[in-house]
Write a protein that binds this ligand. Structure first.
Ligand code: PHE
Length: 447
């Protein structure tokens, strides 16, 4: 165990303070905000849903985020062993394995979608996206053809290329270069979207709440999404926390990461909704919104190839900065558990996740037998990882930090008043709500 200790803190395996916050924002800002968030907001009532999302993010997301960072930094191990190294009993390590398995599952299909964004960026810039107007057909032929696996491999290789370079030379550097680029793209695209004719209707759909549309169901979906969006319940912030300097204020980091994610969601909404409304597109149409409906909008806009291309580059950056954070979780585990080198851990885990992703890639059209129980294999992976394992992982962290962790106060480094609020949320609010999300997503309770 002394050797393991040495491994995770070997030279170079530390974030700088700013680098850590950027990398954590890079993880949280991902396909979730841009690809999932707009269509669930569309489905569950627009602004009222967004408001509930913000409340969930602050009241439940941030306390759990802080708990994950504190456990990681205090234990300085993987997302499984940190619980024990931070002072918990052996059982927590076994339970913590959920937080190694879940991100591996997520990564397996996440890089598939990341691959689509790369493909679409190239299509848009080359003008080929707009040659015929059959956007549904184009998307269908991508996901049901063999190229989808090539793009999946490319996205995975980019992820490997970053993670293999380690924490400061790989993950931190990658985020430091790409996040500022992401901000520029967001602002350019937001200005384009809100100045489109008829954009107002989209802005008001997104920002003027109508509470009559709000249901218990939409509140649970909002909470689940706040978790996904902050990358919680997946061991990611535990793993990143293990590389954080001991002088870093975790409270400040938590606020910065939460604010980053929220601002991104806000801007993403201000890109998608005005564009959708301006071109008469239903924003609640589901996962195809970004890949089918928006290309139609871009094709009608002046300089659409440019804005469309930039939009998909933005999506690709968001996806890849999340993918590297997801891969680091099983990599840190393998390094520690089997004492492997970083290189060996990265290639092995990436290969496993890639192979695990192949049935998902094939299930979207190529192999009909991979659709069963009303869902494609792809959707099953997403469902099990995001809707079952993620709330389970979050519940675990919350219960550990709220009830079983004697060192919580020291590790979090909060003032006495904030500590009391934090503990209250972890003990009484977060677990109850998370259990509801879990039961709801598992289909045990219905509305
Ligand atoms: N938070 C990322 C997003 O919004 C996705 C993600 C989920 C990343 C879980 C890591 C773990 O897309």
């Amino acid at each position: 165990s002394f050797q393991q200790e040495k491994k995770l803190s070997e030279k170079g395996e530390r974030f700088s303070s700013a680098g850590f916050i950027l990398a954590a924002i890079g993880s949280s800002v991902g396909l979730g905000n841009m690809w999932k968030f707009p269509y669930i907001t569309g489905q569950y009532g627009g602004a009222a849903f967004f408001l509930i999302f913000i409340i969930c993010l602050i009241a439940v997301g941030l306390p759990v985020l802080l708990a994950e960072l504190a456990i990681g930094r205090s234990g300085r191990g993987s997302a499984a062993s940190s619980f024990v190294k931070a002072g918990g009993g052996k059982i927590w390590e076994r339970l913590g394995l959920i937080q190694i398995i879940a991100p591996s599952m997520i990564l397996s299909f996440y890089v598939i979608v990341a691959g689509w964004t790369l493909h679409y960026a190239i299509l848009a810039f080359s003008g080929r996206l707009f040659v015929n107007e059959d956007f549904a057909g184009q998307f269908g032929s991508l996901v049901s053809g063999p190229m989808v696996i090539v793009w999946q491999a490319i996205a995975m290789l980019i992820t490997v290329w970053v993670v293999i370079r380690g924490i400061s030379g790989g993950i931190e550097k990658f985020n430091k270069v790409l996040i500022p680029g992401l901000v520029v793209l967001l602002i350019v695209l937001m200005i384009r979207a809100v100045t489109l004719p008829g954009a107002d209707a989209g802005v008001s759909f997104f920002l003027n709440p109508d509470f009559s549309k709000l249901t218990t169901e939409s509140a649970l979906v909002a909470l689940g999404h706040a978790f996904f969006s902050l990358s919680l319940g997946m061991g990611i912030l535990i793993t990143y926390g293990a590389y954080v300097d001991k002088r870093q204020s975790l409270g400040t980091a938590t606020l910065a990461i939460g604010a980053g994610d929220l601002i991104y969601a806000l801007i993403a909404g201000l890109i998608i909704f005005p564009t959708a409304f301006s071109f008469g597109i239903d924003p609640g149409q589901g996962p195809s919104l970004v890949f089918i409906a928006l290309p139609a909008a871009f094709s009608e806009m002046p300089l659409g190839w440019l804005f469309g291309g930039l939009f998909f580059v933005l999506l690709a950056i968001a996806a890849l900065t999340s993918a590297v954070s997801i891969l680091e979780v099983p990599v840190a585990y393998a390094k520690e558990r089997w004492n492997w080198s970083r290189t060996r851990s990265v290639w092995t885990m990436a290969l496993i996740c890639f192979i695990l992703g192949i049935p998902s890639a094939l299930s979207l059209g190529m192999v009909p037998a991979l659709t069963f129980g009303g869902k494609a294999f792809f959707d099953w992976m997403d469902f099990i990882a995001s809707n079952i394992l993620l709330p389970l992982g979050g519940l675990l962290t919350t219960l550990f930090a709220g009830y079983f962790w004697k060192k919580a106060a020291d590790a979090a480094g909060l003032t006495a008043a904030w500590f009391r609020i934090w503990l209250f949320m972890l003990r009484y609010v977060a677990p109850v709500l998370m259990l509801l999300v879990l039961l709801y997503s598992a289909g045990v309770i219905k509305f």
